[in-house]
Design a protein around this ligand. Structure first.
Ligand code: RIB
Length: 280
């Protein structure tokens, strides 16, 4: 039986601009043509989990506009349940994604409908896990912490203060190595630290309990790889795999996701991850 996962989080329209190098302070750099892609850490994690076989409910908000429609269409195409996505009277949030030739990127989020996300108390009945991130208001995260009785995974991105009510409730914290350094006090439970193409490590009570090195691939776009990792790790864990196997599947899924442009387009299916694991 496939796990049922709720993702409470951001839904963004990503405006990509590719350029030879990222601009410095006060500098203007000529870039390529603008490209729009569905994005937002919440929506990305929902699509990642759904493509890997989970039943996924998205909780979020979009504006009544074309960017919002684009992201909803992609979520629907991945069979994500949109019952808990509200249409609000302010624009869909937009992420301006600058990508230089080396693959290095910078992201600016223009605020919008993500500020209107909230959840109701009954939202998480019969759910195996809830995934949250830091692109929606803190009040919504605290509502989740109070309402959720299943596994709660926080992707601590971007870095932001974690209030104690949330810190004491989180079962799995997933961060990258830079975010990890910024969070002085760890949360309870399992803390997973990713490192891009480097080794991912899972800790429990400060002790490393699992490690996995991503396979080498010719990445064309790493935006969304972290979100694929989050979705894949939680799907694996709620499917009954242990932390080591979940970590291994997550690094393989994240590597596969870098082979296409845009955050959501390269997210693999469970079969694609199985085949990739089989040939390594
Ligand atoms: O994690 C990648 C995502 O971060 C992008 O899709 C962008 O929307 C930002 O939220």
């Amino acid at each position: 039986m496939s796990p049922h996962i709720a993702v409470v989080g951001s839904i963004n329209a990503d405006l990509f601009v590719r350029m030879p190098r990222l601009p410095g302070r006060g500098e203007t750099v000529a870039g390529g043509e603008p490209e729009w892609f569905p994005g937002g850490k919440g929506a990305n994690q929902a699509v990642a989990a759904a493509r890997l076989g989970a039943r996924v409910s998205m909780h979020g908000a979009v504006g009544n506009d074309a960017p919002g429609e684009m992201v909803l269409q992609n979520l629907a195409a991945a069979h994500v349940d949109l019952t808990h996505v509200r249409k609000v009277e302010i624009p869909t949030s937009v992420a301006l994604v600058l990508v230089e030739e080396t693959g290095e990127n910078q992201i600016v989020i223009a605020r919008g409908a993500n500020d209107m996300v909230h959840v109701d108390d009954q939202a998480f009945e019969h759910i195996d896990a809830v995934i949250i991130q830091h692109e929606i208001p803190e009040a919504a995260l605290l509502q989740v912490a109070a309402a959720c009785s299943s596994l709660l995974c926080l992707n601590g991105a971007p870095v932001r203060e974690i209030p104690d009510e949330l810190r004491n409730r989180v079962d799995v914290l997933i961060v990258n190595e830079h975010e990890f350094e910024s969070y002085g006090r760890p949360t309870r439970g399992v803390v997973v630290v990713t490192a891009g193409a480097g080794e991912a490590v899972a800790y429990q009570d400060g002790v490393a309990i699992a490690r996995a090195t991503p396979p080498r691939v010719n990445a064309v776009d790493t935006v969304g790889a972290g979100d694929t990792f989050v979705g894949a790790f939680v799907v694996a864990l709620t499917s009954g795999l242990d932390v080591q196997s979940s970590l291994t599947r997550a690094v393989f899924a994240a590597s596969l996701s870098t082979l296409s442009h845009g955050a959501q387009s390269g997210m693999p299916t469970a079969q694609e991850v199985d085949e990739f694991l089989g040939v390594q």
